[in-house]
Write a protein that binds this ligand. Structure first.
Ligand code: GLV
Ligand code: MN
Ligand code: MN
Ligand code: MN
Length: 428
């Protein structure tokens, strides 16, 4: 075969930012809620349509497209030494209820544009380059985050748990997957696991989801660590009863136990000794949910994070103690205290960091090392590949709401840094 070695510093990249912006806008129309909000939940009709849209763009970019049984989608550009392990990039396109159009999407559509830009420049990859669209980074439907990347990274526990997992409508994971065209005659999800040496590197482009880059006027964030999230489900149960008939001293109100626990979570997160500890109750459900009925059950879902696992775990222990003592005091039952996930933090790989830094330098873009307080599929890809992340600024740090926005200039910068980083990693 005849090919020329292309040093990455001679690549002249042109990003078609209008095309990328149009694709981001078009993808956002596959939504269960009206614009400017985006809601795209795993395996729903809009998710399937959005996947089809992305696969079509991958095809137009000349990538060969494959999917695994849970719907992780892979688009590959073969290198001239295709027997070498590939370099991968990618992110997610699912969107939590009433969120925006950039979270995740920038790392998928931006990656396709990065490949297009590399192709236009005449670059030929040595290692193959692969774009991954990860299934369900968000925990919305089945309560577990980074479902696709967790499985790729070989989570036996998840592969097993998903056999019995149902959504809020009691639809099983496998049934939902089948309705989207996946897991057809397959319930062994361990088929999704990747070998530890599948990729020589993984790098994800994402909006920062915090305001630091914008505030400091810096173009690129080079992620060094990803904070460690944990999520917990809690149920309190009491006797309930008539809101008129049962006098205050005779009640054991599960809703009030939940309220007490919410305040305890705020206290323990605030007083953890680490400024990085955050604790959030984003789901609170009271049963039976009638104005004239004392809550007989309260269901909470709690998100706790820190960049130091030990601080986070100490807070989880305190929350557990608080839940038990509140239950005792209020004469309700703590019928569930279930840790859904308690993930270790991830560190970026030095050589991937260096590739991102070199790319930023060569493009004359300012950059800053930073921590990711949000989690990403990269948290799990780091288990099986040297990992790095590229952040771009987003308006006021807004994310997980419709006001989420990244400027065309920042998108273009991010795509260029990603393209050049992939080129460098490909030639190694
Ligand atoms: C990502 O969506 C996160 O919750 O960090
Ligand atoms: Mn998100
Ligand atoms: Mn995301
Ligand atoms: Mn997310």
């Amino acid at each position: 075969s005849s090919h020329t070695f292309t040093p990455s510093n001679s690549i002249s990249l042109s990003v078609d930012i209008q095309a990328l912006q149009k694709q981001i806008d078009e993808l956002s129309t596959f939504s269960d809620t009206p614009a400017p909000s985006v809601t795209r939940i795993l395996y729903t009709e809009n998710d399937v349509l959005a996947r089809r849209y992305v696969k079509n763009l991958m095809g137009l970019a000349g990538l060969s497209v494959t999917e695994d049984v849970v719907g992780n989608i892979f688009g590959r550009w073969d290198g001239y030494e295709p027997e070498l392990t590939a370099v991968a990039t990618g992110s997610h396109i699912d969107a939590i209820p009433y969120s925006g159009k950039y979270d995740g999407v920038v790392g998928v559509l931006g990656a396709i544009e990065a490949i297009n830009a590399l192709k236009r420049s005449g670059f030929k990859p040595k290692r193959s380059l692969e774009i991954i669209l990860f299934t369900s980074e968000e925990p919305t439907r089945f309560g577990i985050s980074c479902l696709g990347s967790r499985l790729l990274a070989g989570s036996e526990a998840l592969a097993e748990a998903l056999k019995a997992t149902v959504d809020g409508q009691n639809i099983s994971f496998l049934e939902a997957a089948r309705s989207a065209g996946y897991a057809r005659d397959e319930d062994d999800l361990s088929r999704v696991f990747l070998k530890n040496d599948s990729y020589s590197a993984f790098v994800e482009l994402h909006i920062e989801q915090a305001p630091i880059l914008e505030e400091e006027g810096i173009s690129i964030g080079v992620v060094t660590n990803i904070a460690a999230p944990a999520s917990i489900k809690v149920d309190f149960e009491g006797n309930g009863g008539h809101a008129g008939g049962v006098l205050m001293p005779d009640r054991n109100d599960a809703g009030l136990a939940a309220a007490k626990l919410m305040l305890a979570i705020e206290k323990h997160a605030t007083e953890s000794g680490s400024l990085d500890t955050v604790g959030t109750v984003g789901i609170l459900e009271l049963y039976p949910g009638a104005i004239n009925s004392i809550p007989s059950k309260a269901h909470l879902e709690i998100d706790v994070r820190d960049i130091e696992e030990s601080f986070r775990n100490a807070v989880i222990n305190k929350i557990h103690k608080a839940a038990k003592s509140i239950a005792k005091k209020r004469k309700v039952t703590l019928s569930e205290f279930k840790i859904i996930n308690q993930d270790p933090p991830a560190h970026s790989n030095g050589s991937v960091i260096k590739a991102v830094v070199d790319a930023s330098d060569e493009l004359n873009l300012t950059y800053k090392y930073m921590i990711s307080r949000a989690y990403h599929d990269s948290l799990f890809m780091a288990r099986i590949a040297p990992m790095g992340m590229i952040f771009i600024p987003c308006y006021k740090g807004y994310s997980h709401k419709p006001e989420e926005y990244a400027s065309p200039q920042d998108l273009e910068n991010g795509v260029k840094v990603l393209a050049l980083t992939l080129a460098k990693l490909s030639l190694r």
